[in-house]
Design a protein. Structure first.
Length: 331
């Protein structure tokens, strides 16, 4: 078995000093670019991996970014797409991504505090924000680098990447109204989350402009099971004032909708209309005719990584925000 490559072994192979090798691997502009490229290629060839324990002792940095991953039942492949984007965004930075799934009853606030208190990461990424999110307040107070997926209502600006759900819902409601829908149903998240407000604001504005009635169910949310949402639709369709248009902020609730309507022998486009927010191409294969608005979770991950790197490496970007605006182009 070959010995582990070190800065010393690279310097011997390259015929340069230890200092030159170290600075070249850090992309020091004082080292000629040809030398930097040669040493980096040699380091890769020899299988050199930085000693993170030694780096941590020397710099106090963990070179780790921690993602607190919450369940997103409404969005298919949310975790995979976000992790893929984050990984691509961090590529070449020297930072590793660790994932802490939050699928238990343990407080999300305590997870954040544990990471900060025990110096387990240099930056934190999380989602599912609330209007006055205690995690955001805590990290701002401790001046700890972070980016959240979802906005808050704090007056102090902070780093955010988000999808404009108000525009999504507004455009979706306008589309349904243009198709003659009389009453729109929005499947919404729990009221605790900020994007509940964004969705309902967009719906209310479009409904006011078009004169369309709407309903936002109180007894189900996007976090309910597909069976519960299906049962709610069946019950709603049995009433005299049933909805005939539906806004689905994710593919999962749309699958519940079409399952319920199929059991009632009702067809999308004939008996009811729907607009779905998608994050994958699956609906293009299952139901290509339904109106869709795409949310690019992979892009969100890349943007979050970029903003967080600015904070950790350059000490900037604390007020940076990226709000992804839906690209609506109805067929």
């Amino acid at each position: 078995m070959s010995k582990k490559a070190t800065l010393k072994s690279i310097s011997l192979e390259a015929g340069t000093s230890l200092g030159t090798v170290s600075r070249a691997l850090k992309d020091d502009p004082k080292i000629a670019i040809t030398t930097r490229k040669r040493i980096k290629a040699l380091a890769e060839q020899l299988g050199y991996v930085p000693d993170r324990a030694a780096q941590r002792l020397k710099t106090g940095k963990t070179k780790v970014v921690s993602l607190i991953l919450d369940p997103h039942n409404e969005i298919l492949g949310f975790g995979n797409s976000l992790v893929s984007g984050l990984t691509q965004g961090l590529d070449g930075s020297g930072y590793n991504l660790t994932i802490t799934p939050h699928f238990s009853g343990k407080s999300k606030d305590s997870l954040i505090e544990h990471i900060v208190h025990n110096n387990q990461a240099d930056g934190i990424i999380f989602s599912r924000t609330k209007p006055f999110d205690d995690r955001v307040r805590y990290l701002l107070e401790h001046k700890f680098p972070f980016v959240c997926h979802g906005r808050t209502e704090f007056s102090l600006p902070h780093p955010v990447v988000d999808f404009d759900n108000q525009v999504f819902c507004y455009e979706a409601a306008r589309r349904l109204a243009s198709k003659g829908v009389k009453k729109i149903c929005l499947f919404a998240p729990d009221r605790r989350f900020t994007f509940h407000q964004h969705l309902t604001y967009g719906l209310a504005l479009a409904a006011k402009e078009s004169g369309t009635r709407f309903i936002v169910p109180d007894d189900i949310t996007l976090d309910d099971s597909t069976q519960d949402i299906r049962n709610w639709v069946v019950k709603n369709q049995g009433s005299e004032d049933a909805a005939d248009g539906f806004i689905c902020p994710g593919e999962s609730c749309y699958f519940s909708l079409i399952d319920a309507m199929r059991s009632l022998d009702r067809k999308q486009g004939r008996d009811y209309q729907a607009v779905v927010k998608t994050s994958t191409s699956i609906l293009q294969h299952i139901d290509p005719d339904v109106d869709k608005i795409h949310e690019d979770i992979h892009l969100a991950g890349k943007k979050m990584a970029s903003i967080l790197l600015d904070q950790m490496q350059l000490d900037i970007g604390y007020e940076k925000q990226f709000i992804q605006v839906p690209d609506v182009d109805w067929d």
